[in-house]
Design a protein around this ligand. Structure first.
Ligand code: ADP
Ligand code: GLC
Length: 485
């Protein structure tokens, strides 16, 4: 199949979260299955054209925006094996340090930047004579592609056989903008109504995608159900319900070439399910990095964006109690995000400097060391569409302690001491006391060496590779093509 995959971030070019991992792994897995894959991204300032061997291709690209046009350049690289990657360059929009914001403050022209990107990709496909059978877009930034295909390009022969699929990675981010952005879209006024793109007197880009895409997916089955409920739907639950016949959940996969303790070059000692001694050595290295006491106390790790979604405030309350009550436990965190959360961790660390370690910012190498060197990995998310770190943890024999929501619920099975089944620990309610109870339980299991060994084996036995996930996408692509023929 000929597939255009359109995204606002992809590893290794530009990354703020799991969307980048996804936008690297899925296109690569599709290409490996023999599909022709064209990946499109904005050419942000941080994407180094020399490092990624990008070359300018095609003619200058005239991209309609509002009632005028603005010119773009198209850069090309085959840096990701088998994936044709294109960057839409327009420095006024993308020649900035951040992808979406400057130190947490969203760019004032984000609506225009991503309207332009969506139009730019469609125009680039026409200029390059690429007629995709599927256009796979992601999140609010590229959701408008589905709308544009049905309005501006409905009679364009290039897209005669094109169907659109929108993957939603996080309903908490919808791209909601004031009515003044309508003129940039150049669509009929009649579409500004509550069953289309209007959303409480604003324009909602994600909603446009939900309404106009031929198919919608989210990144786990549980999350696909959750977003149809008020609590998780962020005011779109009714729209999701109305379009539930084209809504599916497919759990993300793990790139086991990148996240594999046997071969991982970013950790100091490699290890496997049969030879775990390297894991203990990684634990020592982790304790040393964070200047913690080197001992056999269980280490709980956490790598996260520090935001409301991730329930980090709930975790801090739990740790407050835990560290006063329990002497034999350590905790390390790697994260970036809201300052008030950082401040709270800092004051906790000041009280327990040889048992709590913190590192703020983005650090890929340290992320791998935490996965390898920790005994437990905590994810107290309020909601988690898929989550990747819990699956990375499983691969490293690091036992996840998670809230039973979205992809965390789909990938983690509660450990059962009697049956010796399960790969982690789950709690139901968004509540510090419940998290506290489950951590205490996990620490009790830790003391039983045989039990812990079985649990680690169960964890490392878990597999959710992109080779599995990609087959589910293929099936959907085929079905949308058929249903529209
Ligand atoms: P989300 O996309 O919601 O942040 P995911 O679990 O899907 O959550 O993906 C997070 C990805 O970002 C993982 O690859 C994780 O290791 C990585 N990550 C998050 N914060 C950091 C950080 N501070 N340093 C390094 N990697 C990080
Ligand atoms: C979002 C979600 C996360 C998911 C990632 C990739 O960032 O918050 O749960 O794993 O997208 O799909």
């Amino acid at each position: 199949m000929n597939i255009a995959f359109i995204t606002s971030e992809a590893y290794p070019f530009a990354k703020t979260g799991g969307l980048a991992d996804y936008s690297y792994s899925l296109p690569k897995a599709l290409a490996k299955r023999g599909h022709t894959v064209h990946l499109f991204l904005p050419r942000y300032y941080c994407i180094d054209k020399y490092r990624f061997q990008c070359t300018l291709i095609g003619k200058p690209l005239a991209v309609p925006i509002g009632s005028g046009i603005r010119w773009a350049g198209i850069y090309y690289t085959d840096y990701i094996e088998g994936v044709h990657t294109y960057f839409i360059e327009h420095d006024d929009y993308y020649g900035r340090d951040g992808l979406y914001d400057n130190n947490g403050i969203s760019y004032h022209d984000n609506a225009e930047r991503f309207i332009y990107f969506c139009r730019g990709c469609l125009e680039a496909l026409i200029q390059l004579e690429i007629a995709p059978e599927i256009i796979h877009c992601n999140d609010w930034q590229t959701a408008l592609i589905a709308l544009f295909l049905k309005i501006h390009y409905k009679d364009n022969a290039n897209f005669n056989n094109t169907r659109s699929l929108l993957t939603i990675h996080n309903v908490g981010y919808q791209g909601v903008f004031g009515k003044e952005v309508l003129h940039l879209l150049q669509i009929p006024d009649t579409l500004y109504n509550p069953s289309n793109i209007e959303f409480y007197n604003n324009v909602n880009f994600l909603k446009a995608g939900i309404v106009y895409a031929d198919c919608i997916t989210t990144v786990s089955k549980k999350y696909a159900r959750e977003i149809q409920e008020n609590e998780y739907g962020y005011d779109l639950s009714e729209i999701f319900k109305a379009h539930s016949n084209k809504l599916f959940g497919i759990l993300n996969g793990v790139d086991y070439e990148h996240w594999n303790p046997e071969k991982d070059e970013l950790i100091p000692y490699n290890y496997s399910i049969n030879k775990l001694s390297g894991k203990s050595k990684c634990k020592k290295a982790l304790q040393e990095f964070y200047a913690l006491k080197k001992n056999n106390f269980p280490v709980i790790g956490c790598i996260s964006r520090l935001t409301y979604q991730k329930g980090i405030d709930i975790l801090i309350n739990t740790l407050d109690w835990l560290f006063f009550d329990e002497q034999e436990v350590q905790f390390v965190i790697l994260g970036s995000g809201e300052q008030w959360l950082i401040d709270r961790f800092e004051s906790l660390r000041a009280m327990f400097p040889d048992r709590i370690g913190v590192w703020w910012g983005y650090n890929e190498k340290l992320a791998h060391l935490i996965e390898a060197g920790s005994d437990f990995f905590v994810m107290p998310s309020r909601y988690e569409p898929s989550g990747l770190n819990q699956m990375y943890s499983l691969a490293y024999g690091t036992i996840p302690i998670v809230r039973a929501t979205g992809g965390l619920d789909d990938s983690i099975e509660q450990f059962d001491e009697k049956l010796k089944t399960g790969n982690g620990f789950k709690y139901i309610n968004n509540d510090s006391a419940e998290l506290y109870t489950i951590i205490r339980y996990a620490l009790r299991v830790y003391k039983n060496k045989l039990m812990m060994k079985k649990l680690i084996e169960n964890a490392m036995f878990f597999r959710r590779s992109w080779d599995d996930a990609v087959k589910e996408y293929e099936e959907l692509y085929t079905n949308i093509k058929k249903s529209n023929e």
